[in-house]
Design a protein around this ligand. Structure first.
Ligand code: FAD
Length: 201
């Protein structure tokens, strides 16, 4: 799995605090004042101001199973590599940590057979969009996700939870690390979840 932060609103904490201060006609120069205000807004549940900052991630090497879960988040925007247009003959399978070495050997053998059938179908003139029906859910995919900070917090809260599956949890843990590094006050309350120290969202 690879997670790259392609874009994040520059000085996001500054921007969010500035937007929030419009409602009170107040101002501040010190970035620490901005962070204090952001923490207070989050604690009070006034998260709509977080919508003014956004981030874009490029994510690769996750399974289609994981991508299916991620793309259920309707307020995020996505572009996913298309199996209708991109040849899947060189694609790899994602290995679940619960698989033993024997399980993994068997899964790879099955995947090899599926790819062989896929290649045969293509050679017979079947279009990629139909040949892909023989490919498994564990095949890797690549996508771009953009969302505002409020929605990112929502996704992280749900998907860092121990109830979520290991792959999307690992993905969200990496997203959290990147977001926290750039805008700590907006994401620091999610640290216990990101570090697996909290039971539920
Ligand atoms: C542990 C776990 C297990 C799951 N298991 C299943 C499962 O078995 N089957 C299944 O189908 N799904 C499952 N899901 C997916 C889940 O049902 C949601 O589709 C997914 O979490 C997206 O959540 P959301 O709608 O809150 O978020 P988003 O789509 O990201 O939306 C964010 C928020 O915006 C608001 N919103 C968005 N759209 C609307 C709307 N149209 N109307 C009103 N408010 C809106 C809501 O407040 C929502 O919480 C699971 C999710 C998790 C975390």
């Amino acid at each position: 799995m690879r997670v790259d932060l392609v874009f994040i609103t520059p000085e996001a904490e500054r921007l969010i605090a500035r937007c929030a201060r419009v409602s009170h006609r107040s101002s501040a120069e010190d970035p620490e004042d901005d962070r204090r205000l952001v923490r207070k807004l989050i604690a009070l549940g006034h998260e709509s101001v977080l919508e003014h900052a956004t981030a874009t991630f490029e994510i690769s090497g996750i399974s289609r199973a994981c991508a299916n879960q991620l793309t259920r988040h309707r307020l995020a925007s996505f572009v996913q590599e298309s199996q209708r247009y991109v040849d899947a003959r060189q694609s790899r399978l994602v290995r679940p940590p619960t698989y033993s070495e024997d399980d993994w050997q068997a899964a790879q053998q099955l995947f090899h057979q599926a790819r062989e059938l896929y290649a045969k179908l293509l050679a017979r003139g079947v279009p990629k969009e139909d040949a892909r029906y023989v490919l498994p859910l564990g095949i890797e995919t690549r996508l771009v996700l953009s969302a505002n900070f409020r929605e990112l917090r929502h996704i992280l809260r749900l998907r860092l939870s121990p109830q979520a599956q290991w792959e999307i949890r690992e993905l969200c843990r990496r997203m959290w690390e990147l977001l926290y590094a750039h805008a700590p006050s907006c994401f620091e309350d999610l640290r216990p979840l990101a570090q697996g120290k909290e039971g539920s969202p």
